[in-house]
Design a protein around this ligand. Structure first.
Ligand code: PEP
Ligand code: MG
Length: 319
C-alpha cells in the first residue's frame, strides 16, 4: 500500500469530487527538501529557519542564509517555498541575542515580538530571502502574529529592503495563526496578510492553556479539541471575506484523523511532516468535501477531542 502510494505521490492532490487540496512539507534543514519532493510534497509550507540560528556563537550572515535558502528552493524544483522568519525566544534562547529573563517565556518575547525588538536580525533574514531566485518562489511567513500592526511593521521592512535591493517584484507575506486573538480577528489580520497558516501546535497550547512541553497535560493536549476547531472555523471565515488562502502547518496537518476535518472546515493547504505525505495524499484522494463538511459540523458541536476522534474514526474507518 505504502509503495503504491509513493508511486502516485508526485501527482497533484485532488479529492474524490475533484476539490484541489495542496499538500506541502514542513522542512527544518536543507537535507529535508529532496526527500520531501520524493514523498510528493507540492511545496514547502513551513521552513523552520531556527536551524540556522541555534547552537552557534554569532548570528548567521545574510550570505550564509541566502545560500541555504537558495539550496532549498533549488531542491524544491520551482515549487513554492514558505520561509518562516526566525521563531526564537525564551524557550529557544540564542547566546548572541540577549533577551531578558522571563517567568513565562511562552507568553513573552517570542516569534515576531523578537523580530520587531531586534530589527537588524529580521532585516538580514528578509534580505537573504529576497535574493533567492527565481523571484516569486519564496513567500515570507511571520510567526506569533497577534495584531495586524505587527505584520504591517514587517511589511514596511520588506518593502524597504526590496527597494534597497532594487527588487521590484512583490513577495507574498503571510501570518501564522497561533495566538487565539489572531484566529478571532482573522478578518482584520487578512487585511494585512496575503495568506494565513494556522500553527495548531501553539494555537492548541494557548487555547487549552496547556504547555505543549509539559508531560502532565500531554495526554489532554489535542488539536482536535472542539475549541481549537471553532477557532480554525473562525479563521477560515475571517479570511474568506478577502479571499485569503488558509493553510495548516501545525502537527494536525500530519494527523490522518484531523486532515478530513481541517478540509471540512475550509482549509485548502496542509503542510505535513515529509514522511507522511505520500500516504496523506492517497487518503485525501478518497475523501469527498461534503462528507468532510458534515463530520466537521458534528465535530464543532462535540464535547471533547476524544468525541471528535470517535466521529472521525466512524466516518473514515478504512484509514
Ligand atoms: C505550530 O505552532 O503549530 C507551528 C507550526 O510552529 P512550531 O511548531 O515551530 O512552533
Ligand atoms: Mg508555533
Amino acid at each position: 500500500r505504502r509503495e503504491e502510494n509513493r508511486r502516485t505521490a508526485g501527482e497533484v492532490c485532488r479529492m474524490a469530487d475533484g476539490t484541489r487540496i495542496e499538500v506541502f512539507a514542513n522542512l527544518g534543514r536543507v537535507g529535508d527538501a529532496a526527500p520531501a519532493v520524493a514523498e510528493g510534497a507540492e511545496g514547502c509550507g513551513l521552513l523552520r529557519t531556527e536551524f540556522l540560528f541555534l547552537e552557534r556563537q554569532s548570528a548567521p550572515t545574510e550570505e550564509e542564509q541566502y545560500q541555504q535558502y537558495q539550496q532549498i528552493a533549488d531542491a524544491m524544483g520551482g515549487r513554492p517555498v514558505i520561509i518562516r522568519t526566525l521563531d526564537v525566544g525564551g524557550d529557544k534562547p540564542l547566546s548572541y541575542l540577549p533577551l531578558p529573563k522571563e517567568e513565562n517565556p511562552v507568553l513573552g518575547l517570542r516569534g515576531v515580538r523578537v523580530g520587531l525588538r531586534e530589527p537588524g536580525l529580521l532585516r538580514t533574514q528578509i534580505r537573504a530571502i529576497l535574493r533567492v531566485r527565481p523571484a516569486g518562489v519564496c513567500r515570507i511567513m511571520v510567526p506569533m502574529i497577534t495584531s495586524p500592526s505587527e505584520l504591517q511593521a514587517v511589511r514596511a521592512m520588506v518593502d524597504e529592503e526590496r527597494a534597497a535591493l532594487g527588487r521590484p517584484e512583490p513577495i507574498e507575506l503571510g501570518a501564522m495563526i497561533e495566538v487565539p486573538a489572531a484566529a478571532l480577528t482573522a478578518d482584520r489580520i487578512s487585511v494585512a496578510a496575503d495568506f494565513l497558516s494556522i500553527g495548531t501546535n501553539d494555537l492548541t497550547q494557548y487555547v487549552l492553556a496547556m504547555d505543549r512541553g509539559n508531560p502532565h497535560v500531554a495526554a489532554q493536549l489535542d488539536a482536535l479539541h472542539p475549541g481549537v476547531l471553532r477557532l480554525i472555523r473562525q479563521t477560515v471565515a475571517g479570511a474568506a471575506g478577502l479571499g485569503r488562502m488558509v493553510a495548516v502547518c501545525g502537527g494536525s496537518a500530519s494527523d490522518p484523523m484531523a486532515a478530513p476535518l481541517l478540509i471540512g472546515l475550509g482549509v485548502t493547504e496542509l503542510s505535513a511532516t515529509p514522511a507522511v505525505i505520500a500516504d496523506l495524499k492517497a487518503f485525501i484522494r478518497t475523501l469527498r468535501l461534503e462528507d468532510c463538511r458534515r463530520v466537521a459540523e458534528q465535530a464543532l458541536a462535540a464535547d471533547s477531542a476524544d468525541e471528535v476522534r470517535r466521529l472521525a474514526a466512524e466516518a473514515w474507518p478504512a484509514r
